[in-house]
Design a protein around this ligand. Structure first.
Ligand SMILES: C[S@@+](CC[C@H](N)C(=O)[O-])C[C@H]1O[C@@H](n2cnc3c(N)ncnc32)[C@H](O)[C@@H]1O
Length: 221
């Protein structure tokens, strides 16, 4: 099969086939990627645990990769809707997983991130979003800041936008984050490893409602 190029393509194809052949579980593969050295390796557990913590119903990602595999399995587990957008058509990689339930909850959109605004996929609000497409010297801090602001109205209150490369010196994501930190309607922090994972929590009200904490300890429930 002729799949579009991607970072360590052969390894990714072999890994996805390993899951499809049930040689290892998706969860074991995510652990393997965590232990390996890809640009988002050390963030894989967050991409799994944050949507679970939020009991996410809608998950959006821009920038296909191993992160997408983590997110589509978490969407399947949560019976959530997962939309992945990338300029390149990477959808055939998801096909390698040969999992009908996973295909049902996942939509791949080929196009610029802006094409998401022309779809109805975010019409019920978004719980968790992973933006991993700003890693270019061509992307100015201003354009990154504006792109994140365009997504914010779709987030539920307490919804989380995760952004990669927020401490990487050669890109301007860190500068966009400096501006975001000034917004009192947001809680913003950057995990200081593996190029940085920025986490933005929407504090203000949202027309899509509020994500409540549903994880109480035994004695409180
Ligand atoms: C760093 S890679 C994503 C890595 C992936 N999240 C992972 O964890 O392996 C960035 C991706 O963003 C895509 N991309 C870049 N600019 C984009 C844009 N404006 N709209 C949609 N996709 C874009 C690229 O095609 C590329 O596949």
């Amino acid at each position: 099969m002729n799949l579009p190029d991607i970072h360590c393509k052969g390894e990714l194809m072999a890994d996805l086939e390993t899951i499809a052949d049930e040689i290892c579980t998706p969860s074991e593969m995510l652990h393997k990627w965590f232990d390996d050295k890809y640009s988002t390796s050390k963030h894989i557990p967050m991409l799994d645990s944050i949507p679970i913590g939020l009991k996410a119903k809608t998950i959006v990602e821009v920038g296909f990769g191993r992160s997408t595999i983590a997110l589509c399995y978490v969407a399947k587990q949560l019976d959530a809707k997962f939309i992945c957008c990338d300029r390149h058509d990477y959808s055939a990689y998801l096909g390698l997983l040969e999992d009908e339930d996973l295909q049902k909850c996942t939509r791949f959109i080929q196009g610029d991130a802006k094409s998401l605004f022309k779809t109805d996929h975010m019409d019920n609000g978004v719980d968790f979003m992973f933006l991993d497409y700003f890693s270019s010297r061509e992307r100015s801090a201003d354009s990154i800041y504006k792109a994140i602001y365009r997504f914010l109205p779709y987030m539920k209150q307490n919804g989380i936008i995760a952004v990669h490369d927020t401490i990487e010196k050669k890109y301007f994501v860190k500068d966009a984050f400096k501006r975001l930190r000034k917004d009192k309607g947001l809680e913003v922090l950057s995990l200081p490893y593996n190029y940085g994972l920025g986490l933005i929590r929407k504090l203000g009200e949202s027309k899509y409602g509020k994500i409540e904490d549903e994880w109480k300890k035994k004695s409180d429930s």
